[in-house]
Design a protein around this ligand. Structure first.
Ligand SMILES: Nc1ncnc2c1ncn2[C@@H]1O[C@H](COP(=O)(O)OP(=O)(O)OP(=O)(O)O)[C@@H](O)[C@H]1O
Ligand SMILES: [Mg+2]
Length: 407
């Protein structure tokens, strides 16, 4: 079972490429489910079919569904939220504050991904292709299991027994109400477990592929590196970049203003593609089609051109480095703070390594291959004070740059 996730900015072609990938797999005899977690739900338009929350077989081996977040929200979250509110109110937390605490931004998205995990395990499909919402949303969503686990931990610290006793004591109704708290804690435990499983699935390179879709516009390379960094900080690696809407090279015999326009666009796009090479990730390109590719036939043609003889569900061979940021001194806001950026670089030990800071990015060269890594926000206001290698981890030490730290 593999999960292949398509993410990227709005309108770049995520839905089209996810649908095309699923259709391509099914046509090759590999059962696939295309599922959309994007509330905009254009997967049905791409596949020219009416979709619901229950997977529907559109062609032999090709299923599709739209995750209905509203319904999920009503079913599972509302109940737990009600429990939590009572519980917090019982623990003496002001009702308004309790309301705030139980409204979790992004919980719908999280439920949607949870549903993807459930679907992945519940059907005859071999591959689940996920059409995610736009990047900003998706990023938050992919980091959410971690954020929510932290939140659950904060509300209900690990010493649950003590908490249980305390809650039973504090609760209106005292000890008699204990079973209600027990069931709430059990529900929170179940949620935390679901989250852990979801994180494990998304962060597991062998089970999940994250494909970043983009169009070759001027600023896209730097932005893509920021996205890759943000995902890497959540333990998620992009293993393939798909550049969509690439202009064909106009034949030299073509003349006139339209040909000039095409040639200029083509040249500009090729420059962006050259820039993207520094990502050191596999790049695939998909041509700008004259007509919108919708329906299984047109989608299959897109996928055939995109993958050729490659397996669309295979794990990427190269994946971006995983990142971690630790504070090693100071408060994190004070001038005497110190941070370490840890980059997991398979093969770094024993390799020829070179490191250069270029603006808000690091250029890491390992055995002659350079990759650019965008710095997380806090480190952009710091200067590099040292670096060392610990096995395959490159540790870069940062201290606040007095020039920009307070800004
Ligand atoms: N390679 C292509 N050639 C021509 N048209 C394309 C191509 N890829 C996508 N399109 C068209 O561009 C539009 C946007 O594509 P799509 O819906 O797949 O993007 P998206 O990233 O899912 O957008 P959203 O962020 O709104 O969900 C659609 O009308 C689609 O048919
Ligand atoms: Mg879409």
């Amino acid at each position: 079972m593999r999960v292949v996730l398509f993410t990227g900015k709005g309108g770049v072609g995520k839905t089209t490429l996810a649908a095309a990938t699923a259709a391509h797999l099914a046509a090759a005899g590999r059962p696939a489910l295309a599922v959309s977690t994007d509330p905009a739900h254009s997967l049905g338009d791409a596949l020219e079919a009416d979709l619901t929350g229950e997977p529907r077989e559109l062609a032999p081996g090709l299923w599709a569904a739209h995750v209905d977040t509203r319904a999920l929200l009503d079913r599972s979250w509302a109940q737990l939220q009600g429990h939590l509110r009572t519980l917090l109110a019982g623990a003496g937390v002001d009702e308004l504050v309790a309301d705030e605490l139980t409204v979790l931004p992004g919980v719908e998205d999280l439920l949607a991904l949870g549903e993807v995990r459930r679907l992945a395990e519940s059907g005859p499909w071999e591959v689940v292709v996920v059409d995610c919402g736009p990047t900003a949303e998706t990023l938050r969503l992919l980091g959410l299991p971690e954020a929510l686990s932290g939140y659950v931990e904060r509300l209900f610290p690990a010493h649950r027994r003590a908490v249980r006793g305390m809650l039973a004591g504090l609760a209106p109704g005292g000890r008699e109400a204990a079973p209600a708290w027990e069931s709430t804690i059990a529900a929170v435990d179940a949620l935390a477990e679901d989250l852990a499983a979801l994180r494990a699935l998304l962060g597991d390179h062998t089970r999940t592929s994250i494909r970043l879709v983009l169009t070759p516009e001027r600023v896209v390379a730097a932005e893509t590196r920021r996205t890759i960094t943000a995902l890497a900080l959540h333990g998620l690696r992009v293993d393939d970049v798909v550049v969509n809407r690439v202009m064909p090279r106009p034949p030299p015999s073509l003349r006139g203003p339209a040909a000039r326009w095409l040639r200029e666009r083509h040249t500009e796009q090729q420059a962006v593609l050259a820039d993207l090479d520094a990502l050191d990730l596999p790049l695939r390109t998909s041509a700008y089609a004259a007509a919108e590719p919708t329906g299984r036939t047109a989608l299959a043609a897109v996928a055939a051109a995109l993958y050729g003889a490659d397996d669309p569900a295979a794990p990427g061979t190269a994946a971006g480095p995983l990142l971690q940021v630790h504070r090693t001194a100071g408060t994190g806001t004070s001038r005497d703070s110190e941070f370490e950026l840890v980059l997991r670089l398979p093969g770094a030990a024993g390799g020829a390594l070179d490191l250069t800071r270029i603006g808000d990015e690091l250029a890491v060269t390992l055995d002659g291959t350079r990759r650019m890594v965008a710095l997380p926000a806090v480190l952009q206001r710091c200067e590099v004070t040292g670096a060392r290698l610990a096995d395959d981890d490159l540790v870069v030490v940062f201290a606040p740059d007095p020039e920009v730290w307070m800004r």
